[in-house]
Design a protein around this ligand. Structure first.
Ligand code: GRF
Length: 194
């Protein structure tokens, strides 16, 4: 019997530091019949990241990169990306800042998900700030990574209404739910333009 190999899939590496719910979600999407990508590798700077459990569960190769020295850490990351023939990087709760050189090397190939309606609320504590500024909406954004933090070209955004008496925990939960819909959609959009 001749085994059909099908069209070549895009190899994606996901970078995490913590819970990894977006990582898990992307893996599940990659298993769908018409998916054009495969999650080939997960990289974490944190050996205790809960998200690494999903790597075991779904049999995704994982690499832990110690960040005592950024130059050395990125050298190791590049080695792994090349060895595993990675085409695209998805940052998903990765708490380390990539160097300008690294970003230049993978220009147009690094995506990030951020829990705010960029360009508003770059950086951390986005929900806290949105609530205390009495915003009507928060949300999430998938964007390309550029050397300036949370400022690269926006791929897709989703608004989430801030409710009366909302708490950070509740808002975060509702935004995360939308993140899980948005990231695969944004990835699909990027892949269709490759
Ligand atoms: C998400 O809110 C994402 O927008 C931000 O970090 C969080 C990661 O969550 N960049 P998880 O680890 O994917 O659950």
């Amino acid at each position: 019997m001749v085994k059909s190999t099908g069209p070549k899939k895009i190899n994606v590496a996901v970078f995490i530091s913590g819970t990894g719910s977006n990582f898990k979600n992307l893996v599940i999407h990659s298993f769908k019949r018409n998916s054009k990508f495969r999650i080939e590798l997960v990289i974490s700077n944190n050996p205790k990241a809960k998200g690494l459990d999903y790597a075991n569960k779904f049999k995704v190769k994982k690499r832990i990169i110690h960040y005592s020295n950024i130059g050395y850490a990125e050298k190791k990351i590049i080695f792994e990306l090349q060895k595993n023939k990675i085409d695209l990087i998805c940052l998903a709760g990765f708490m380390k800042i990539l160097s300008r050189n690294f970003i230049k090397k993978y220009s147009g190939k690094i995506l990030n998900i951020h829990p705010s309606l960029l360009p508003k609320y770059k950086g951390l504590q986005t929900h806290e700030r949105a609530i205390s500024n009495k915003e009507k909406y928060s949300g999430c954004t998938v964007h390309f990574v550029s050397p300036k933090l949370d400022s690269g070209k926006i791929i897709l955004q989703k608004k989430v209404k801030i409710l009366k008496n909302d708490t950070v925990r509740k808002l975060k939960k509702r935004v995360l739910k939308q993140e899980h819909l948005l990231y695969p959609k944004a990835l699909k959009k990027v892949l269709s333009n490759l």
